[in-house]
Design a protein around this ligand. Sequence first.
Ligand SMILES: Nc1ncnc2c1ncn2[C@@H]1O[C@H](COP(=O)(O)OP(=O)(O)O)[C@@H](O)[C@H]1O
Ligand SMILES: [Mg+2]
Length: 168
Amino acid sequence: MEEIAAPIPPAELTVTSPEQMRQLGRRLAKLLRAGDLVLLSGELGAGKTTLTRGLGEGLGVRGAVTSPTFVIARVHPSLGDGPPLVHVDAYRLGGGLDEMEDLDLDVSLPESVIVVEWGEGKVEELTDDRLHVVIHRAVGDTTDEVRHVTLTGIGERWAAVDLSVLSA
Ligand SMILES: Nc1ncnc2c1ncn2[C@@H]1O[C@H](COP(=O)(O)OP(=O)(O)O)[C@@H](O)[C@H]1O
Ligand SMILES: [Mg+2]
């Protein structure tokens, strides 16, 4: 009888401070390699850029990850021999890859890790595989630092990756 592996379920984590969000990014970086696309969803102030900052630290890239005011994408080259981090903030962009054509993300993807904030519905055409990270902040209390993070691997690339290691 043929065995069909059950798909790896999404990982659900609770993060209770900005520093923990950065740590999550540093751990996630260990799972990433060139060619990976990571989509970050969550409202303004959810912690997408904070997570990306940790990713940049974990990947060992040059320059601190910040929220770009005018720049849509920033390339952070590796300080070692790892892949560069391409950080895209698609907040001001409309739908579809066409709007981002100038960024040539398709050209850089094979040798880079690309992280896109607000990328839903805009960059999925780049590849069949992606890691979708959704960050929810607890509703109501605006001073609350609790965030719920769901990570879902989509496509063959993520089929056998156990995301539960991130909860450690
Ligand atoms: N658990 C948390 N994770 C991430 N950021 C948090 C958390 N708690 C509070 N914050 C604060 O929320 C803000 C998140 O900002 P940012 O990462 O730029 O969000 P986004 O990119 O999603 O708009 C920062 O000011 C950060 O200090
Ligand atoms: Mg941001």
